[in-house]
Design a protein around this ligand. Structure first.
Ligand code: KG4
Ligand code: ZN
Length: 368
């Protein structure tokens, strides 16, 4: 089975072809440099860029793979959550292809696609516990199968990636700055007491990173010399030609605090699952912040200490990509799902309708 995946939910225009669980080819164009000029994603610009790039990336993908649309069995497209205009560009493109070829169309929950992505690199084992840490979401899920997700905890305010990017912005690092905080932090030993782990003294599985962001902001206000005088100097932050000892120490402590906060909540979720008699077999960690080295180390230890298999995708599969959408599409297609041409985009903040009921039985979906 060959599946085409189309991802346009935010600032990456990405397409990929997956065949029977194997990534064949992928293409991607990031708009980061354009949005960096504004310090964050500008929705109107994002949709226009997707519109400008999608056709030529699609041509490039098919040319590289030597495949034709007639050989594709399923067209899978991120339907949300994301920026509405950006999603509509991807959906419009996917529907055009599906209508022209009669190929199965599938709208994919972008968050579920992140969590299923490690299946491209090794077997997924259910029941799993899933931690999704991205620019827009920090969610903990119980996952009983590719169509059976239950949300157990979520962020009450900023997502982990958002906290990284906002703190990086305070230091005048280019958007999105999570990667800079990660790489600088690797050069220093964290002060484990510099920041209080936010919102852990409770019994729930939710997150709140706004307090940590405020603490980081107060620290930067007291140490303004840490602020980069010009973003043109950003490459020098990483190449060792600037004295970054103090910023590196700050970043290491910040990475540590985020990773520990995630660890505490995931451990709590695992304990709760066990108390409820639900044997978890695998810990899945996904989303852009899963590329963070401290988070990766922490989750690796956590899985080992709980005797769990860990599904942690390679960094290129953590951030937004077309392969995860294609792979999720393949799994849903194997479960018999398809969508009509009236498939809707779902913006961030709105619930994506379940195409399958809580117990995983397929709801009837009419043909195209
Ligand atoms: O999953 P993703 O590509 O897009 C969303 O669906 O949101 O995640 C993007 C987020 C950004 O906030 C970015 O700064 C963060 O992931 N990120 C990182 C790292 N790489 C990407 N955060 C910390 N350390 C990293 N290495
Ligand atoms: Zn994402």
């Amino acid at each position: 089975m060959i599946t085409l995946g189309i991802e346009t939910s935010c600032d990456e225009t990405a397409l990929a072809l997956v065949q029977d669980g194997t990534l064949l080819h992928s293409v991607m164009s990031t708009q980061m440099d354009i949005h960096a000029l504004f310090g964050g994603v500008v929705p109107e610009i994002a949709s226009r860029e997707h519109y400008r790039l999608l056709g030529r990336l699609y041509d490039e993908l098919l040319a590289t793979s030597g495949l034709t649309l007639q050989q594709v069995d399923t067209i899978a497209v991120s339907r949300g959550p994301g920026l509405l205009g950006s999603l509509l560009v991807g959906l419009g493109f996917a529907k055009g292809l599906a209508a022209a070829s009669g190929t199965r169309l599938l709208g994919i929950n972008h968050l579920h696609a992140h969590l299923l992505a490690p299946g491209l690199e090794g077997p997924l084992q259910f029941p799993a516990l899933g931690l999704l840490v991205s620019g827009g979401h920090t969610h903990i899920y119980g996952i009983d199968g590719p169509t059976r997700f239950s949300l157990l905890g979520r962020t009450l305010d900023d997502a982990a990636g958002e906290a990284f990017d906002k703190v990086a912005k305070m230091l005048n690092m280019p958007y999105p700055g999570g990667r800079y905080i990660d790489e600088l932090g690797r050069k220093a030993v964290p002060d484990e007491k510099l920041f209080t782990k936010p919102y852990v003294d409770n019994a729930n599985l939710d997150f709140s990173f706004s307090g940590l962001k405020t603490a980081a902001s107060l620290f930067i206000q007291k140490h303004p010399h840490m602020i980069l005088p010009s973003q043109d100097l950003a490459p020098r932050l990483l190449d060792g030609s600037l004295d970054t000892a103090e910023i590196a120490h700050f970043c290491a402590s910040f990475n540590h605090t985020v990773a520990e906060t995630l660890r505490i909540k995931v451990q709590r979720a695992l304990d709760q699952q066990q108390e409820q008699g639900r044997g978890v077999r695998q810990l899945i960690v996904a989303g852009g912040v899963a590329a963070n080295s401290r988070v990766r180390e922490t989750m690796t230890h956590l899985a080992a200490s709980n005797g769990l298999n860990l599904a942690l995708p390679s960094p290129f599969l953590c951030t937004d990509n077309g392969a995860m959408v294609a792979y999720a599409g393949e799994l849903l297609a194997r479960n018999g799902l398809r969508h009509d041409l009236d498939l809707d985009a779902i913006p961030r903040g709105q619930k994506i309708p379940d195409d399958y009921s809580q117990d995983g039985d397929l709801k009837p979906i009419t043909g195209m």
